[in-house]
Each structure stands twice: as structure tokens, then as C-alpha cells.
Design a protein around this ligand. Structure first.
Ligand code: PEP
Ligand code: MG
Length: 763
């Protein structure tokens, strides 16, 4: 209180002194003594109401004194001790609070302060205040040296007369623009604006980056309080980086390091209108970015029907399976209750560039009743839902979205990234459309085509089921013969889009039960078509069920028992390539990939089968065609015996989804239930299905690389798990010395930039 009297004596401005005093109690009470800012707001509002004024600037000395008294009582009540009156005590407590916020014990810091360089952030700066609340020749404001939302090279900021501290951002009065308006600083205090403008240039020249600065004007004198690098939207980041190279402030390498690759995703997908109101009812994993609005449906068939009728839908499932693929295709977005970041829904949605929120545990889906509950909210079929795939938010009702716009600057950054990076960037794509999207984003080939996705169209699934449920080889071959022309035309479509770029096609991988009919009606239909009694079919389906299907009869194991499946697929691949060579003179070198190999003998057996089949087709077609055979490394045993496996493989592709699953012994489809708690509790730094676990899974990759290259120095090494689109994992792949990463189409730009940054960070 002495200080307040001193301030009044010195400034002859009693109002300003009490205004400053109430601000001190508020800010100190909140930041240092832990009393929530909201309580202070309540008191201020009630005094304003009592005095019949709207703005805090309209409160007179009496009113402000009342506020001060109210604040003091509040602090005493909430903090359990009075607001300290001693300036030195205040100073000590304030300094402590700053150190506490950095988690640094004061004793240590005080002792070492002189030895630690201050850029480590271990020094507290104590400085004299200036006041923007001494009257109408005073003001306070914040400014960005460029527009932080568009990146435009234009001075941008807001200020308030007779205000202090956080007033501008706190929204208590509407701030005024610093320029280009009647009530701007530029118009009303032109001299000071000129000074501020000059400082803008000086700061940018010095820091060579967009600055976010705070200023105060005290009795017509300008003071800069602080400056720091400005936060910016992804679009602004790209524009500022390119502009600053053109302006000579930074070089191309610095520009590349200025952009956060993960943020690029946002540039490629629609986002929620940031100004819109949102009724968030829950949260799941942000499995695939973008924003989606539509009416809720609970199965894939409904999704297709509704979309056919012109509706936009959100597909809500407990979890998705390959059967849902067509429903996923037509949906605006996908929401699941189960599954992690590499669950089926997440992987497929990302591949389609479609918004997906996965693994929302609180969600209970009752498909039969056409209802889902999330906390105490019930969502029925047909209700509108909005999803934010970048934050995982689930929002009731419709929220507006903003479409992405790609600027020329984006292309420039990508081109600069390509000049620097050493890793090739391929894509995971299963359809000609996805291949085209990926090529437009700069993909240099395909690292993974999952052939199973081609089996789910209505006209194919029957033949697939026939194949699985057939009694003998003859029957199976007959069913496979139906699939052959379809697979061939799929591959032709993909090869055509890729125009001779490398294409890796993986032979059938998932456990067979994923293809089997579940509904009674479907089983009946199939029994009629196959002329097999229903009971017999049911028995067969039962026999195919497995307790741990992901560790069961899948991947190459399918072809060890039923070689006809891979024979058909190889035939389709090679015929497609031969025909395109003849028809369009397209030179294609198919890369045939065998999944889930754990022992070299599995690969040796299937490689022989592949080569015999391929060579027979080539001889029959009379075309000079090259092809290569390789394998995925997605089991720990494969990594540990990579020297043996490399004798049979021309390439390795690390399937880090399964490799993570099998190394951790952690189900990729269920871990979403509890992994978030691992992250919250700091047991894992991040989800290992998102970013490679470098010590564990990474060690296996390192071992496999060394063992593989020792036996076969030219072996091509890539990664096609979801980690191939994660910037930290891409840096890891660069450092290990892989040849390429492969990721979903929409992540190709992310990977191009991350691969360039990996070079710059490690050179
Ligand atoms: C993998 O396991 O990493 C992989 C790419 O295969 P999928 O995700 O299809 O199992
Ligand atoms: Mg796999």
C-alpha cells in the first residue's frame, strides 16, 4: 500500500495507481499464489455492474478501491494467506514462481546462476515497468511483423488506449488495429507508429524470422516489452519461409527447417472453421487428419445406401474390418470405439486421405438399435456429427469446414526438399486413384500395394469365399480363376498410373476369416451358390476361426498351405506387366513382396514358386520382362536372421506395424484402449505405432540392415509401415541408411520435407 501512495505522490494520478494495484493483485494472485483468474473476473464484473459501467476504464478511483478490497479478500480466502504487502517479499515470491514453472529448485539455480548461460532459460529478468494505463496518451499492444495466419509480408497488430498487460488479448475491450483503419495507431499516433514500424524491420533483420512483439506507450513514449519468434499457421509458415529466401533474409536450407512437416498435413485436408462454435462430446485418437461432417450411420451398407441417396455420412463402428472398405470409401469420416493408430480404420482412412477418429473408448455402439452413446449423450442414426481427425475431437451437430488451398509456395518448398533429401519417397496405395493422388504429391513409386483390399467388392467377395471354403484344390483353383482377370485389371490400372516407376505388390496377407460371411443370410446365399449344405459351410467357417488370428494362418503361411493363391496373384501381376509392355511399350519391373516371413525356408519355398509361375508366364507371353522378389521384415525372427533371409530376397521392406506389434507383444488393434494412459503417465514418450520405438524396434531394423547388406550389399531397403510417414521415424530411417520410405498418399509431402530435414539435421 505504501508503494501505491508513493506512486500517487509521484504521478499525481490516483486512478492509474489503483488500476495498477488491482492488476498486480490479480496477476500475482493468479500466477504466483494460484488463485484462478476467473474469480478476479467475477469481482471486477460485479463492481462494474454495481457502478453501472460497462468498461473497466470507466471505473473511477472509488470503484477501483472496491475492486482492490475485493481482490485482497479473495486472495486471503483462496490462498489461505494475505496478499503480501512487502515489495521484496513480492519479488522473492515472483522469482520463485518463475523457477517453479521451469521445475528448477531455486537453491540450485541461485548457486549456479552465474555459470549458466542465460539462453538456457535459467535466469529471471527483473525489470522496471512502464505503464500503458496512465491515460489517453498511453496504450499497449501486440504485433506480428507479418500476418501470422496468411504469412503476408504486412505489419499486423492490435492495441488499446489506456490499457495494460494482457488487456489486448483478454478480450475485455475490442482492440483496435495498429494500421489501415480510422482508429489505428498509424492514424492517431503517426510518429509512434513510424517508430514501431522501424523497429519491426530491425527485429526481422536481426532474427530473420517473423516476430511476435509486445509494446507499451507510456505518456507518448514507445517501449518494446518483448519479442519472440511468432507462432504461425502452416500456410503462413510456407509463405514466410519462401518469401524470406527471396528477400535474402535466410537461405533455402533454413527455410526447409522452418516448417514443421507434421503441420503440412493440415494444408492438404479440410479443417474445421476456427471461428465456429463446437459442442465437443468426446475424444478419440487423431488417426487421420481432416474434418468431416455428416449423418451418423452404423454399417458400411447403410453408408453406401445413404450416400447413394445424396446424403453425407459419418461411419460409426466399434471397429472396422476389410469388409467395411466400401462404406469407408463413401463416408466423409470414420469414427471407431476400438483400435489404435495402426488399426485397420486408421491405416485405411489415412490411405484414402479421409478423416478418422479411432479408439474412442467411451463410445458404445449398438448397431442393431441404430444408436451409440458417448458419456451421457446418445447419438442416433441420422444425427449430425462432426469429426476433427487432427485433434480427435467428436462434435455433436454440424460445424463449418474450410477447404485447403495449395499455393505455389508449397511447390517451391517441395522442390527445395527434393534437392536435399537422400531417401526416396514412395507411397502405400491400392487403387489407381490413390496412386494418382500420391504421384501428384510427388511419390516416386509404390512401396506397398495391399492386394486384399481388392477382394472386397461385391462381385469379388463371393469368389474369394468360394476359394477359402472349397473342399479341394480343383475347387479352389476354379474360384481363383474367377479372380484372376479382376486382379490383372487392378494391377494394369496401377501400373498405368505409375508409368514405369517401381511398384511393390504384396501377396495376400490377412487372416482368412476376415473374408468369411458372418450373417446367416450371407451363409445361406453362399451355400446355394456353392451347392454345399449350410451346416457343412458353418462347420467349415467354425474350423477356420482362430484365437489369435494376427499370429495365425496369415501372410506367407496361407501360401505354404494353399500355394494356388500366390500362383494366381503372381500370374496376374506378370501378365499385367507383359501386356502393358506389348500394348503400350511400358517398361515395368514388378516387385513382388511376400509378407510375414519368419524363416528363410518359407521365403525360399515361395520364391521358387513365384519364379516358376512368373517365368512360365513370361515365356508364354514372349516378352522380355524383369521382376524382383523380396520380403517384408515384420517379425523379430526375420530381423534377427536377416542374413539368411537376404540370400533369398532382392529387397526388404520393413513392415513396422506388425514388427512393432510382435516386438512389444502388443496388439495393434486393441492397444488403443490403454496406450494413451502409458503416454499420460510418461511410461512411453509416444505411441510406438505412430513413431518408431528406436531402441527396440529400431534396433531390429538396424540389425536386419547390417545382416542383410553383409550378405547382399545391393539389397534395396525400405519401410512401408505407418511409420514411413512420421517425421521422427523418417529421420531414423535416413540415419540407418534405408533407400526409401513409403507412406500413404497424403503424407508424401510430409515425408519429402522430413527426409530433407533429416539430411540437414545430421550433416
Ligand atoms: C506392416 O505390418 O507394417 C505392414 C505394412 O503391413 P500391414 O499393415 O498390412 O499388416
Ligand atoms: Mg503387416
Amino acid at each position: 500500500d505504501d508503494t501505491v501512495q508513493g506512486l500517487i505522490a509521484q504521478t499525481k494520478n490516483e486512478r492509474m495507481a489503483y488500476d495498477s494495484y488491482r492488476r498486480l493483485i490479480n496477476m500475482f494472485g493468479d500466477v504466483v499464489m494460484g488463485v484462478d483468474h476467473e474469480y478476479f473476473e467475477e469481482i471486477l464484473d460485479s463492481v462494474k455492474k454495481k457502478k453501472g459501467v460497462k468498461l473497466d476504464t470507466e471505473l473511477d478511483v472509488k470503484g477501483l478501491k472496491e475492486v482492490v478490497e475485493g481482490y485482497k479478500n479473495l486472495v486471503r480466502e483462496k490462498a489461505g494467506k494475505p496478499f503480501p504487502n512487502e515489495p521484496l517479499e513480492q519479488l522473492r515470491m515472483a522469482i520463485d514462481a518463475v523457477f517453479k514453472s521451469w521445475n528448477i529448485p531455486r537453491a540450485i539455480t541461485y548457486r549456479k546462476l552465474n555459470k549458466i548461460p542465460h539462453d538456457l532459460g535459467t535466469a529471471v529478468n527483473v525489470q522496471t515497468m512502464v505503464f500503458g494505463n496512465m491515460g489517453d496518451d498511453c496504450a499497449t499492444g501486440v504485433a506480428f511483423t507479418r500476418d501470422p495466419s496468411t504469412g503476408e509480408n504486412k505489419f499486423y497488430g492490435e492495441y488499446l488506449f489506456n490499457a495494460q498487460g494482457e488487456d489486448v488479448v483478454a478480450g475485455i475491450r475490442t482492440p483496435q488495429p495498429i494500421n489501415e483503419a480510422e482508429n489505428s495507431l498509424e492514424k492517431l499516433m503517426p510518429e509512434l507508429y513510424k517508430q514501431l514500424y522501424a523497429i519491426r524491420g530491425k527485429l526481422e533483420n536481426h532474427y530473420a524470422d517473423i516476430q511476435d512483439l509486445e509494446f507499451t506507450i507510456q505518456n507518448h513514449k514507445l517501449w518494446i516489452l518483448q519479442t519472440r519468434n511468432g507462432k504461425r499457421t502452416p500456410a503462413a509458415a510456407v509463405k514466410i519461409a519462401v518469401d524470406m529466401v527471396e528477400e535474402g533474409l535466410i537461405d533455402k536450407k533454413q527455410a526447409l527447417m522452418r516448417i514443421n512437416p507434421s503441420q503440412l498435413d493440415q494444408l492438404l485436408h479440410p479443417t474445421l472453421d476456427p471461428k465456429a462454435k463446437k459442442n465437443v462430446i468426446g475424444k478419440g485418437l487423431p488417426a487421420s487428419p481432416g474434418a468431416a461432417v455428416g449423418k451418423v450411420v452404423f454399417n458400411a451398407e447403410e453408408a453406401e445406401d445413404w450416400v447413394h441417396k445424396g446424403e453425407k455420412v459419418i461411419l460409426v463402428r466399434t471397429e472396422t474390418s476389410p469388409e467395411d472398405i466400401n462404406g469407408m470409401h463413401v463416408a466423409e469420416g470414420i469414427l471407431t470405439a476400438r483400435g489404435g493408430m495402426t488399426s485397420h480404420a486408421a491405416v485405411v482412412a489415412r490411405g484414402m486421405g479421409k478423416c478418422c477418429v479411432a479408439g474412442c473408448n467411451a463410445l458404445n455402439v449398438d448397431e442393431a438399435k441404430g444408436k451409440a452413446t458417448l458419456g451421457d449423450v446418445t447419438v442416433s442414426k441420422g444425427d449430425f456429427l462432426t469429426l476433427d481427425g487432427s485433434s480427435g475431437e467428436i462434435i455433436l451437430g454440424q460445424v463449418g469446414t474450410v477447404e485447403p488451398k495449395l499455393s505455389g509456395n508449397f511447390g517451391t518448398i517441395m522442390q527445395w526438399a527434393d534437392e536435399v533429401r537422400m531417401l526416396n519417397v514412395r507411397t502405400n496405395a491400392d487403387t489407381p486413384h490413390d496412386c494418382q493422388v500420391a504421384r501428384d504429391f510427388g511419390a516416386e513409386g509404390i512401396g506397398l500395394t495391399r492386394t486384399e483390399h481388392m477382394f472386397f467388392d461385391a462381385d469379388r467377395i463371393k469368389a474369394v469365399r468360394e476359394m477359402i471354403l472349397s473342399k479341394n484344390v480343383e475347387q479352389r483353383k476354379k474360384a481363383l480363376a474367377k479372380l484372376l482377370p479382376m486382379q490383372k485389371s487392378d494391377f494394369k490400372g496401377i501400373f498405368k498410373v505409375m508409368q514405369g516407376l517401381p511398384v511393390t505388390i504384396r501377396l495376400l496377407d490377412p487372416p482368412l476369416h476376415e473374408f468369411l460371411p458372418k450373417a446367416d443370410k450371407e451363409i445361406e446365399e453362399l451355400s446355394r451358390e456353392m451347392s454345399v449344405p449350410k451346416a457343412e459351410l458353418e462347420q467349415k467357417i467354425e474350423n477356420l476361426m482362430e484365437l489369435n488370428p494376427m499370429l495365425g494362418h496369415r501372410g506367407c503361411r496361407l501360401a505354404i498351405t494353399w500355394p494356388e493363391i500366390y500362383e494366381m496373384q503372381v500370374q496376374a501381376i506378370i501378365e499385367a506387366a507383359c501386356e502393358l509392355k506389348k500394348e503400350e511399350n511400358l517398361d515395368i519391373v514388378p516387385e513382388i513382396m511376400i509378407p510375414l516371413v519368419g524363416h528363410v525356408n518359407e521365403l525360399a519355398y515361395l520364391r521358387k514358386l513365384t519364379e516358376e509361375t512368373a517365368n512360365a508366364v513370361i515365356a508364354q507371353k514372349g516378352v522380355d520382362l524383369k521382376y524382383v522378389v523380396g520380403t517384408m521384415i515384420e517379425l523379430p525372427r526375420a530381423a534377427l536372421t536377416a542374413d539368411e533371409i537376404a540370400t533369398q530376397a532382392q529387397f526388404f521392406s520393413f513392415g513396422t506395424n506388425d514388427l512393432t506389434q510382435t516386438t512389444f507383444g502388443l496388439s495393434r488393434d486393441d492397444a488403443g484402449k490403454f496406450l494413451p494412459e502409458y503416454i499420460d503417465k510418461g511410461i512411453l514418450a509416444c505411441d510406438p505405432f505412430v513413431s518408431i520405438d528406436q531402441n527396440g524396434v529400431g534396433s531390429l531394423i538396424q540389425i536386419a540392415k547390417e545382416k542383410g547388406r553383409k550378405v547382399n550389399p545391393d539389397i534395396k531397403l525400405g519401410i512401408c509401415g505407418e511409420h514411413g510417414g512420421d517425421p521422427a521415424s523418417i529421420e531414423f530411417c535416413h540415419n540407418v541408411g534405408l533407400n526409401y520410405v513409403s507412406c500413404s498418399p497424403y503424407r508424401v509431402p510430409v515425408a519429402r520435407l522430413a527426409a530433407a530435414q533429416a539430411v540437414l539435421k545430421n550433416s
